[in-house]
Design a binder for this molecule. Structure first.
Ligand code: NAD
Ligand code: GLY
Length: 362
């Protein structure tokens, strides 16, 4: 298969932008430089693990179109999505003399995109930013759609903004160095698109678990492009998650976020928690009679084949319920879940009782 690049457009009127999916594209800086145009000051916010590799290549490339390029390195890991690190970035931007015409370029996974994007959204009442995602999870989900923010100790992604990037540059060759556990965690968000939105895509994933796990370039490109197409279409229709459409992208996340916050944002990777959350949500959907056991087994088999975890260590059901009530999707303290109803279809469901939710947590 030829390795041409693919461009997906996020149609958001004056905030519209393109997602460019290709291989080897961070080198040379041409695509990023062209899309951002002449910039007086570019600030690369880089994950510490890839600061000397991908981020430094991005910074080098930007030197062709930016008058000045600086790099700020953020310690790798979910614990950096916190107010202390955000505060440090604000002060570093000030120290570097970043003005309203500066542009942040976030290079790394979802942690860097969310944190760097929120620094850009809030510094000087908002400066432009671009995303160069380097993990599978960030390439299929977090780099697109403008949700940026940080965690509070008791609630995931609780403080943030909608701040769309100017451009998203996806270089799939960066995935070659991604640790296997991280790669597999990203596959949870991929499965989410299939189960919740796209029955044909779910069939494709089931037929291609081997090539996917082997990171076969043509399969990866196709999968990343499909996920970005879905994300772009949904964000264009429901940018601020007000109609229930974008909420479908949170399939597995109500349980998953509770698992992450109760385990201190370190024991499970975000994608692993989402996989556990999708298994619990499907179980809840089966109890509510929305799906049959065959579909529940089907999702479990796919998640198993991809090496995603089966269950979290036992967490106190009452603590899980309390954490889920604090989720952004909860409405006036009532539990709300995104639940599947058939292959490629899920909806935001209100009015799930504590006992129903507890029955899948025991
Ligand atoms: P991450 O950013 O922590 O990256 C995972 C690990 O991979 C880190 O250790 C990082 O140093 C390393 N890494 C990054 N790129 C690499 C590469 N190419 N080679 C080797 N190592 C590399 O985690 P993630 O899974 O990318 O993102 C998870 C975060 O994304 C969570 O905080 C989650 O809440 C957020 N998220 C946000 C959205 C959104 O819409 N904004 C959507 C989904 C998830
Ligand atoms: N990852 C969920 C969303 O962007 O809405």
């Amino acid at each position: 298969m030829a390795s041409e690049s693919i461009t997906v457009r996020v149609s958001l009127a004056e905030r519209a932008y393109e997602i460019h999916i290709g291989s080897g594209t961070i080198d040379g800086g041409t695509i990023l430089g062209e899309r951002l145009g002449r910039v007086p000051h570019a600030i690369v916010i880089a994950d510490s693990r890839i600061a000397d590799s991908y981020a430094s290549r991005v910074a080098h490339g930007l030197a062709g179109t930016a008058d000045r390029v600086d790099t700020l390195v953020v310690p790798s890991g979910e614990s950096s999505k916190c107010v202390a690190e955000l505060n440090r970035l604000w002060n570093e931007l000030l120290r570097l003399g970043a003005g309203r015409d500066a542009c942040v370029v976030a290079v790394g996974g979802g942690v860097i995109g969310d944190l760097g994007g929120f620094a850009a959204a809030s510094y000087a009442r908002g400066i432009p930013f671009a995303q160069v995602p380097t993990t599978l999870l960030s390439q299929v989900d977090s780099s697109v759609g403008g949700k940026v923010g940080i965690n509070l100790p008791g609630a995931k992604n609780m403080v943030g903004a909608f701040w769309q990037p100017r451009f998203v540059l996806i270089d799939t060759s960066t995935l070659a160095t991604l640790p296997r556990r991280e790669f597999i965690a990203g596959l949870a968000e991929v499965v989410k698109y299939g189960v919740a939105l796209d029955a044909a895509f779910l069939d494709f994933l089931e037929a291609n678990t081997g090539p996917l796990l082997d990171r076969e370039p043509s399969v990866l490109r196709r999968v990343i492009a499909r996920c970005c197409e879905w994300k772009a279409a949904i964000v264009a229709e429901d940018e601020r998650e007000t109609t229930g459409l974008r909420a479908v992208l949170n399939y597995g996340h109500t349980f998953g976020h509770a698992v992450e916050s109760l385990t201190g944002y370190g024991e499970y990777l975000h994608g692993e928690a989402v996989a556990i959350g999708m298994r619990l949500a499907a179980r809840l959907a089966a109890i509510l009679g929305r799906i049959d056991s065959a579909f529940l087994d089907r999702q479990d088999r796919l998640l198993d084949a991809l090496g995603l975890p089966r269950a979290a260590r036992r967490l106190e059901p009452d603590a899980m319920l309390a954490a889920m009530r604090g989720d952004k999707k909860a409405s006036r303290g009532r539990l709300r879940f995104v639940l599947p109803s058939r292959s490629g279809r899920a909806e935001l469901v209100d009015g799930v009782t504590d006992d129903q939710a507890r029955s899948v947590l025991g």
